[in-house]
Design a protein around this ligand. Sequence first.
Ligand code: PHE
Length: 335
Amino acid sequence: MLDKIKQYIEETGKFKAENAEKLEEFRIHWLGRKGVLKSLFEDFKNVPNEMKKDVGQAVNTLRNQLEQIVENQKDSFSTATSVAFEDYTRPTGFDKGSKHPVSVVRREILEIFSHIGFKVAEGPEIEDDWHVFSGLNFPPEHPARDMQDTFFIERDPDILLRTHTSSVQVRAMKENQPPIRIVMPGRVFRNEAISSRSHCIFHQIEGLYIDEGVSFADLKQTLMFFAKEFFGKSKIRLRPSYFPFTEPSAEVDVYWGLNSETDYRITKGTGWLEILGCGMVDPNVLASSNIDPEKYSGFAFGMGIERIAMLRYQIDDIRLLFENDVRFLNQFQSI
Ligand code: PHE
């Protein structure tokens, strides 16, 4: 009998009711008027005297355990008590966050260039005139400075918010001798009116490769690789352009295609989309950063991350990327 009781103790110890009915069934089976416990007490009379103490203790343990189980589990099924004890301070229903499309695109671009050996470099947002303009072959008072309206912090000597990430090129060339192969992400600032197409703060990624014998063909090959990896498009074209720090300079378009009405709209019916500016680093720029232009050559490119993100996700107002309205951002939860 003792063994049987011990087995009951073990077996009922694991009991967990799924609902109130199951718990009541359990209670009736074990503790009810015709339940197991009742019959154990009846059998107790026949237990030999010398065993009474052990058996009695075991039966009591079983009873206490059964009563406790019923008592404890009852609470979890009784709605009245659960409302009374509900913890209103417990946080509920947090919205899931999402990555900002600019961060996603930035990371993806850096990743693509890392596959062909470009390391990441960064520089300060507050710069002097040398790193943003003069060291990049913008002579003083040259009209090319008007291409990038500038926020000045101090005048004479000029301290300003960088208008492009090309300033990081100058720092990298000053601090390292070739080979230099870097991509430089960062925030840039321009004193421009905010509209659906332009914003006074935005982000760029700059690329720079300097070594012996770097040619325009290397530049084109690198950009084709990027267009293929990022947009899945293998056709690009380079249009002649002008930047003071590159010679020759080009603007790069990818062939997007004209397969839908949206394609017609965003490419203005041409099928081509402009994605970045680039060129061969001007020998003057190399020389002013103490890199020998007779020995080395290189290319540079720069692109706006917002612009690329807008193309990728068909966003037609740049301001959406800065307002941080959760109704807009939540659409990027899956990326
Ligand atoms: N810095 C240029 C801009 O902001 C882009 C660029 C970078 C062009 C590197 C050529 C080479 O418009």
